[in-house]
Design a protein around this ligand. Structure first.
Ligand code: 13P
Length: 248
């Protein structure tokens, strides 16, 4: 069985005061059966890691450059995330694809660099509303995955997050059977690509996950957790999602 993972993507939210939410999350004593990862803005990574101390909550970055170092103003190298204490990095988020023109080829290169740096990758895929309405969801998602996945034997360090772009921050969520179909297609592709190791890889759903809908989403086959945006920003909203995953 894949590990259960509750990942929080803070996007461009949070400053030092937000570390109080981490205190509250640790006090809520997240279930040991669930791996919790928080991906704050880069400016908070080091402070958050220090703040968490020996508690098992992991900290991740939200992107990294494909190059190891160089003249790339404003970018972050994978090794710098590791140096700051991060163990994970989100790659391929639709907001990076849309805001920064990141292509499948760029994401594939970032993934190789992040793996070399020793990071675990949360690789995001998902269709736009137009693609959803055109009925091309599975084609889009599997093409994004095929482009990004490495040939190396890295299955144990890659987590997939299926995030329909139209479900992010909108309160909209696909039907259960739609999520099930996409996650089954992702599972089949992972097993095809990585062999038996593909069956052990966590596939997260992301897009408007809240305490109210978490249990129903986690009951869907091949949903091993969630990548949560807005509801991960405060412990009161995120803790019940973690608890629902523990019960699933
Ligand atoms: P929301 O949970 O705010 O919809 O965001 C999802 C997301 O983009 C996580 O990466």
């Amino acid at each position: 069985m894949p590990r259960k993972i509750a990942a929080g993507n803070w996007k461009m939210h949070g400053d030092g005061a937000a570390l109080a939410e981490i205190d509250a999350l640790m006090a809520a004593n997240p279930a040991p059966s669930v791996d919790v990862v928080i991906c704050p803005p880069a400016t908070l990574i080091h402070r958050m890691v220090s703040h968490i101390g020996s508690h098992p909550i992991a900290v991740g970055g939200q992107s990294c450059h494909a190059a190891i170092k160089g003249a790339h103003t404003g970018d972050i190298a994978a090794g710098m995330l590791v140096d700051a204490g991060a163990t994970h990095v989100i790659l391929g988020h639709s907001e990076r694809r849309a805001d920064h023109g990141e292509t499948d080829a760029m994401i594939q290169a970032q993934l190789e660099t992040a793996l070399s740096a020793g990071l675990q990758i949360i690789l995001c895929v998902g269709e736009t509303e137009t693609q959803y309405k055109a009925g091309t969801t599975q084609d889009i998602v599997t093409a994004q995955l095929r482009h990004a996945l490495p040939q190396s034997d890295a299955a144990a360090r890659i987590i997939i997050a299926y995030e329909p772009v139209w479900a992010i921050g909108t309160g909209l969520v696909p039907q259960d059977d739609e999520i099930a179909a996409v996650h089954a297609a992702i599972r089949a592709l992972l097993c095809d690509h990585f062999g038996a190791a593909g069956a052990e890889m966590a596939i997260l759903y992301g897009g408007s996950v809240k305490a109210e809908n978490a249990a129903a989403i986690f009951a869907i086959a091949n949903v091993d957790g969630a990548l949560v945006g807005g509801a991960s920003l405060n412990a009161a909203a995120f803790s019940p999602i973690i608890a629902a995953l523990a019960r699933a």
